[in-house]
Ligand binder design. Structure first.
Ligand SMILES: Cc1ncc(COP(=O)(O)O)c(C=O)c1O
Length: 423
């Protein structure tokens, strides 16, 4: 017996006596009927609640939402309305945030290889600060300044030289990293001195981000201790401690809560004088559990003595995480949410790769049939934002649901969209 842990579902999820799942007061099957599948569904109340939890834990104007986790106009506005700043990691994310109506002064620019154009756009939009990642970037900002652009507020991204327990592809705090100025080889101090002496930047702080989907608060405490040490040795007003708080993806998995994360960071920064500003940059922990993906089953193939394959109408194009990181998920039929899931199957996508696996070893209720729906919960982060058109599959629509009403906030791509850029 394995029913879905309620912690994997958005906060307004309800299951009626017949086992039918609703989010925000709307049956998931009704949304699939109205908007088609695959479909990304976000619980708006859950999103707002996570933003509020973060602001309550870290303070007003101290939470910067990492838009790479999930960005569209509606999400940018929601985070902005809830008082979060926006971390944009490219000119494209900056454009999307500005296009959504968020002012540049509420955005922070990131990136380990920002182009001159991206820097120019950020300075022109008067972003809150730019997190400078390299000496080459400082050269570019100095050149832009010599051409007449104002000196931006900047923080310097420091690589503190700590290891975290997460997938190698999303560990960013170790010495062997493409990101930031290494503390251990002296680059960090050289960058601080250079920025302090430069008229082209206003150095306001230092920054670190040690990795993503970090489940051990001890990892944050280690990095924080290193950063606080450095911060107290330089007289700067701002410190950013990055994002990275992990979430539970599967039954039985546990993740620190927002307030547990905040407690660890607060303890680790307790020596910092109150007038200094300490920021965090959560992405995944704001949006992951708010979102789920609804697929329709297309084929069921049993190979005696080997396994059963269930193919759904999406796959690696709407959720590349299983393929990239071997990430695990749960799956269930939203028409029988409370059913015992007793069958081991492999859920796969519709793409031309054997590696196009949604769930390698999934437990589902018996007798799944073509036409049934399958939901994978906790797909709100790094799903839509990493989606592709592989095999010319149109990307799914995104729906926000609240108070009994579902609204499409990103429309499903059409076949015409797939050839729009052909010349
Ligand atoms: C600089 C920076 N800040 C914040 C984040 C957000 O991380 P997460 O989504 O794990 O909270 C990332 C993600 O890679 C990042 O690179």
């Amino acid at each position: 017996m394995s029913i879905i842990d309620s912690q994997l579902l958005p906060r307004t999820a309800t299951v009626n006596d017949a086992g039918v799942l609703s989010i925000g007061g709307v049956a998931v099957a009704a949304m699939a009927e109205q908007f088609g599948t695959p479909l990304y569904v976000y619980d708006e109340e859950h999103l707002r609640n996570r933003c509020r939890e973060a602001v309550a834990a870290f303070g007003k104007d101290r939470v910067i939402y990492a838009t790479k986790a999930f960005l569209c106009g509606a999400m940018a506005r929601l985070a902005h309305e809830e008082g979060l700043l926006l971390d944009v990691a490219t000119g494209g994310e900056l454009f999307a945030a500005l296009h959504a109506g968020v002012l540049g002064e509420r955005c922070v620019l990131h990136g380990n290889n920002k182009s001159v154009e991206e820097l120019r756009a950020a300075i022109t939009a008067r972003v809150q600060h730019i997190v400078v990642d390299s000496f080459d970037e400082l050269d570019r900002i100095e050149k832009l300044h010599s051409e007449g652009l104002p000196a931006p507020r900047v923080q310097l991204r420091i690589t503190p030289g700590v290891h975290v327990d997460t997938h190698d592809y999303v560990a960013t705090g170790q010495d062997d990293s493409k990101f930031g100025f290494n503390l251990n080889n002296g680059d960090a101090m050289r960058a601080i001195q250079r920025a302090q002496a430069s008229a082209a930047v206003e150095l306001v702080g230092i920054h670190c981000h040690i990795g993503s989907n970090v489940l051990s608060v001890a990892n944050f405490a280690d990095a924080c201790a290193v950063m606080v040490n450095l911060f107290l040795s330089v007289d700067l007003p701002e410190l950013t401690l990055g994002g990275g708080l992990g979430v539970a993806y599967t039954n039985g998995e546990t993740a620190p809560s927002m307030s547990e994360w905040a407690d660890v960071l607060k303890r680790a920064t307790s020596a910092i004088p109150a007038e200094k500003k300490v920021f965090v940059e959560p992405g995944r922990s704001i949006v992951a559990t708010a979102g789920l993906t609804v697929y329709e089953v297309g084929t069921v193939k049993s190979i005696d003595g080997i396994r059963t394959y269930i193919s759904v109408d999406g796959g690696m194009s709407d959720n590349p995480r299983p393929m990239m990181y071997g990430s695990a998920y749960e799956a269930f039929d939203p028409a029988r949410t409370s059913a015992d899931r007793t069958e081991h199957v492999r859920i796969v996508g519709k793409h031309c790769e054997s590696g196009d696996i949604v769930i390698n070893d999934a437990l589902v209720a018996p007798n799944v049939q073509p036409g049934d729906l399958l939901v994978t919960p906790v797909t709100g982060a790094y799903g839509h934002s990493m989606a592709s058109n592989y095999n010319k599959v149109p990307r799914p629509a995104v729906v926000f649901v609240a108070n009994g009403a579902a609204r499409e906030v990103v429309r499903r791509e059409t076949l015409e969209d797939l050839v729009r850029f052909d010349i």
